[in-house]
Design a protein around this ligand. Sequence first.
Ligand code: ADP
Ligand code: MG
Length: 256
Amino acid sequence: MNDSVTSANAAPVKTELVALTGVNKHFGDLHVLKDINLSIGKGEVVVVIGPSGSGKSTLCRAINRLEPIDTGSITLDGQPLPSEGKALARLRADVGMVFQSFNLFAHKTILQNVTLGPTKVRGLSRAEADQSARALLERVGVSAQADKYPAQLSGGQQQRVAIARALAMDPKVMLFDEPTSALDPEMINEVLDVMVGLAKQNMTMVVVTHEMGFARKAADRVVFMADGQIVEEAEPERFFTDPQTKRAQDFLSKIL
Ligand code: ADP
Ligand code: MG
């Protein structure tokens, strides 16, 4: 089945998967998300960039309800995000998240890290979960490490395991919050390559990163945030070569 239909203007109109409408969020007096409207289509790759403190992490965390919002709505596949119970656990499975810090369980093996969620939340048998976990570890290039513990792996390997662990839940969308910013430079590409591979396989992705190479290779759209607002959105080449707002121009002049 094809998710996209072609409009008269020939631009493919994708089925909406995630929609944020009029989203506001405060931390005390601090207004961190200001009337955010963002629609993410199935299979779309959205890169979110912007200065530190602009609300990028809060935006990601809101999408899997690690942060509740004050006003507005967020839907996944047309359904409002659930707030508790089994439905919330399923949401967290449907919305895979990869953080800057790898967050693997230190006292479980690599294989156990990947099988835990599928057996607990998705109800897979151990054999099914093991088989699928080994295939995922192979896909991210760490199958030889399956029986080791996280501390025995490099940062780049651990982050690839974290990606495999999220994928094991068969998510509808993957959120990446600065997934390479804690890595030594020589390990950044091995993680970005896995992400580019996912994008090519039509995974829906929201990626907070300042890695322009990744954005150019994999993103359909760049969303530039500043001060809790979406200030500019554009296709990557356009955004990086011809930003329209002063804030985006200033930001890019600092990171390019
Ligand atoms: P970014 O990821 O773009 O750096 P964040 O979403 O982490 O931005 O943070 C946005 C703002 O909200 C920052 O000013 C940050 O200090 C503040 N903030 C983030 N999390 C919390 C929290 N749990 N409590 C209070 N303030 C927070
Ligand atoms: Mg952040």
